[in-house]
Design a protein around this ligand. Structure first.
Ligand SMILES: C[S@@+](CC[C@H](N)C(=O)[O-])C[C@H]1O[C@@H](n2cnc3c(N)ncnc32)[C@H](O)[C@@H]1O
Length: 554
């Protein structure tokens, strides 16, 4: 998974191709009992005008419920940063019509933001929400056999009340209305009963959550429920970070992701230029609107400029907490003036330290976040080869390179790195291996990823990482540099891979990264490692290794 988000990844940042439902509490999955039809995997058909408009149901809840269904049933994407008119908005109403049997009003900008927040948050908090819903059902069997759409409506209601602090009675009313319209009156009554129980326990401050006590396993299970993560992650992190740090990490993963933008100096667009643009863009203050809008339908257009701050670590980067929608709509990304890129990814490029006239190979390049940044820093002089086994993602890289006007020095190669390395005799000044990894450093941005990763994936990934490292190392010229990076915080994918590599390849030595990276990010062994909870950027890792020069024999 990419640490740098391409435009496509921003739109589809909850890729659920491998979606599995959150485990506890276990529910029996069964076919729909009602007239609800399951949308076919990936099917996109034009909106059927025959679906009646239901203006009693709030559009953002109907769309969120349907999107969550698509995600849970697999084969769908949650467009966490939805862009109006980018296709998904129109197709989405088609899905709503086919799934619920009625249409709703079109989504306006506020609805789009709400859908993004509700879908992302509901996915993130799934384990926690399901625990509470199950605890408040009068009989556990009711929860276990609950039909999928009903469960999504309840999750939305619980999330809105507990995490978005929306006016509770409006949430109950609206979700009951949705359940009645989309399912049947009885479903509405069930939603009403359970949501009202929630309001009571919330008001009494007695949410039925587990206590963190007992043996390690029981504590991990309780923490996993309270902070909505898989138990295996909690156990693994507790082992090497301790409980306190693990909790901090989970809190970070559950917080709203913040994004960074990189001004594209390759197109002559500086950070100052970017800041000027951000100052004139307007962002709606959603939460103010939600509070008022949800109860009385009063619309208040309270606008302010996109809040941003300059990166402390990288000259071309600006952080934004909210306002991505405004940035998208202003076309700054489409015009290639800037890119969405986390500072941790930017720092990996700093570790490579690309210079004009160098020949660099980016071994796992797509969708190209680091390739493009390296090319921009090389000021149109030199060569960057971008290899990736995934042709589709490589095409994105090629297209973006054109828009960013750095394509003149980039050559894309669709190949498996292992085969490529075997077949070529070429050597390069610098080799970047941004390896496929678990993505455990980017869980705040990838809402669904925590539920899709299994502990067994790690072994498969570390084997691949070793093979790719061996292959990449053959491409480094004597005296040249190999940078190994991941967007993981797991030592097995990071330090342990490098140490194992150095044992296999004594011709390489560690080149400490402190010349390029602030001290706070440099480990004892001289590697770059960012810790989301500590540094407020994604978790990433990079090691800079230098190949010994050939000794001249006289
Ligand atoms: C972490 S992503 C790279 C992100 C990219 N460096 C960026 O900054 O946008 C890992 C990439 O490795 C590619 N990949 C996986 N196995 C590969 C292989 N055997 N050879 C080449 N590329 C591979 C995947 O297709 C994926 O695009």
């Amino acid at each position: 998974m990419a640490q740098v988000l391409s435009l496509q990844e921003v739109f589809h940042s909850a890729d659920t191709r491998h979606a599995r439902p959150a485990k506890p509490p276990q529910r029996t999955t069964h076919k729909f009992k009602t007239s609800v039809s399951v949308p076919k995997r990936g099917a996109v058909t034009p909106l059927r005008k025959t679906h009646k408009l239901n203006s009693d149901v709030s559009p953002h809840r109907a769309v969120s419920a349907v999107r969550l269904m698509r995600i849970e049933m697999g084969g769908a994407f949650a467009d966490l940063l939805n862009e109006k008119g980018k296709g998904s908005g129109e197709n989405e109403m088609g899905y709503v019509g086919r799934t619920l049997g009625f249409r709703t009003k079109d989504l306006d900008d506020r609805d789009l933001r709400l859908v993004t927040d509700v879908v992302g948050g509901t996915i993130r908090w799934r384990r926690y929400l399901d625990h509470l819903i199950c605890s408040l059902c009068h009989d556990e069997r009711v929860f276990r056999s609950m039909e999928p759409l009903l469960l999504q409506i309840l999750r939305i209601g619980f999330y809105e009340i507990l995490k978005l602090d929306m006016p509770p009675y409006a949430v109950v009313d609206e979700n009951v209305r949705l359940a009645k319209a989309a399912l049947r009156p009885g479903a509405g009554n069930l939603v009403n009963g359970i949501l009202r129980k929630l309001l009571v326990v919330k008001d009494n401050d007695s949410l039925p959550l587990p206590k963190v006590e007992g043996d390690d396993r029981t504590q991990a299970r309780a923490l996993a429920t309270i902070h909505s993560h898989p138990v295996w992650m909690v156990r693994r992190w507790t082992k090497y970070l301790g409980q306190e740090e693990t909790v901090r990490l989970m809190v970070w993963n559950n917080s709203d992701p913040s994004f960074s933008l990189r001004a594209n100096c390759g197109k002559g667009f500086s950070r100052d230029d970017l800041v000027k643009q951000l100052q004139v863009l307007k962002v709606l203050d959603l939460y103010l609107l939600v509070g008022i809008n949800a109860t009385k339908n009063i619309i208040l257009d309270f606008q302010r400029k996109v809040p941003h701050e300059l990166s402390l670590h990288l000259d071309d980067f600006v952080r934004i907490r909210t306002g991505m929608q405004a940035v998208l709509q202003a076309g700054l990304l489409k015009q290639g003036l800037c890119a969405v890129q986390d500072e941790s990814a930017g720092m990996v490029v700093s570790v490579v330290d690309p210079q004009p006239n160098e020949t660099i190979i980016d071994c796992c390049a797509a969708p190209g976040g680091k390739t493009l940044y390296m090319a921009a820093l090389m000021k149109h002089h030199g060569k960057v080869y971008a290899i990736d086994v995934n042709k589709g993602r490589l095409r994105i890289l090629k297209d973006t390179a054109q828009v960013h006007q750095v394509d003149g020095i980039i050559t894309t190669v669709a190949a498996d790195l292992r085969t490529f390395a075997e077949e070529t005799k070429e050597k390069y000044d610098k080799v970047l291996l941004d390896a496929p990894c678990s993505g455990l450093g980017v869980l705040s941005k990838r809402a669904d990823l925590r539920w899709n990763r299994r502990v067994e994936d790690l072994e498969e990934l570390t084997n691949l990482q070793d093979e790719l490292l061996d292959a990449a190392s053959t491409l480094v010229r004597p005296g040249g540099v190999l940078v190994y990076s991941t967007c993981s915080i797991d030592p097995e994918e990071n330090e342990e891979r490098v140490e194992a590599f150095l044992l296999r390849h004594p011709e390489f030595n560690i080149d400490p990264v402190d010349r390029w990276i602030p001290a706070a990010f440099v480990t004892n062994r001289g590697f770059f490692a960012s810790n989301p909870a500590k540094h407020s950027v994604d978790g990433a890792f990079a090691a800079r290794l230098v190949r010994a020069s050939v000794k001249r024999t006289s």
